[in-house]
Design a protein around this ligand. Structure first.
Ligand SMILES: Nc1ncnc2c1ncn2[C@@H]1O[C@H](COP(=O)(O)OP(=O)(O)OP(=O)(O)O)[C@@H](O)[C@H]1O
Ligand SMILES: CC(C)(CO)[C@@H](O)C(=O)NCCC(=O)O
Ligand SMILES: [K+]
Length: 244
């Protein structure tokens, strides 16, 4: 069994896998992480490996602490990935994006794949049918858009994510919800249309903290899976032990 952990910029998520099956999943806060891991290890005493993918700033020591009982692996740029990386700055490519691209490559063979991760940031990653990673885009996430409007203006209130009642915002609150939510939905649909126009035979995966909120507002050809990053982390772990 393996415990996979995804350290994002907002939240820390984890899941226990047995082979390719998800057994359990969790959300952690930074200050309870060791305690929580210890509890999980007690509950699932067949866990032998800890796989960590991090783009946040967290001390590695928090996890290395478990090295005497587990094999601890931090995914890094030096690991073996199942795609050829054509990003022109491969060293600065986010590990989360590399893990997503790896998961999509392994899971959807011989197809063009677009992975959209709607988290703190929205990232778009494209791996073509020849398993070449081409890059994509980074834009502000849903929550970040609400916070930016508030933080960088004098008059705009901080609102919680909410479905806009109308396309035409007829109040400050209505205009913000329309701008943020409809704006992001238009963005994603626009990117999807553009990729579709340029490539055929492809699969679109939507993941991240805003998956559910966005999926029902987007064109329905998108495969929504909020656990795709953790599942991909497990997939690349399985790939690594097969190829080591
Ligand atoms: N409990 C929650 N706390 C914070 N954000 C949440 C929560 N539930 C849903 N969200 C939504 O999730 C988004 C953040 O996504 P997520 O938690 O995947 O980010 P993350 O952990 O920073 O991951 P990444 O850095 O990979 O984007 C926010 O835009 C927010 O609207
Ligand atoms: C874009 C984020 C913040 C998304 O989590 C992360 O993938 C990251 O820090 N990326 C580094 C820059 C890049 O991917 O080119
Ligand atoms: K993200």
């Amino acid at each position: 069994m393996i415990l996979a952990i995804d350290i994002g910029n907002t939240r820390i998520k984890g899941a226990v896998f047995e082979g390719y099956n998800t057994i359990d999943s969790f959300v952690f806060s930074k200050d309870e992480i060791q305690e929580k891991i210890a509890t999980i290890l007690k509950k699932y005493n067949k866990i032998t490996h800890l796989a960590v993918a991090s783009v946040g700033n967290i001390e590695k020591e928090l996890f290395l602490y478990f090295e005497n009982v587990l094999d601890v692996w931090f995914v890094s740029h030096d690991d073996l990935f199942p795609f050829k990386n054509n990003y022109s700055t491969p060293k600065t490519l986010g590990i989360d994006r590399m893990v997503l691209a790896a998961g999509a490559t392994l899971q959807f063979q011989g197809q063009n794949r677009l992975i959209i991760d709607a988290g703190t940031c929205v990232t778009y990653d494209f791996v073509d049918q020849n398993d070449i990673y081409l890059g994509g885009a980074i834009s502000p996430g849903l929550r970040l858009r609400y916070e930016s409007l508030h933080n960088f203006t004098a008059k705009l209130p901080l609102l919680a994510v909410e479905s806009p009642k109308h396309f035409l915002g007829d109040s400050t609150v209505g205009a913000i919800h329309s701008g943020v939510v409809n704006g992001l939905v238009y963005e994603i649909n626009g990117f999807v249309d553009e990729y579709r126009a340029q490539y055929s035979n492809f699969i679109i995966i939507l993941t991240g903290g805003d998956t559910e909120f966005l999926a029902k507002r987007l064109k329905n050809t998108i495969f929504a899976n909020s656990n795709f990053l953790l599942e991909s982390l497990n997939q690349i772990f399985q790939y690594k032990i097969k190829n080591d």
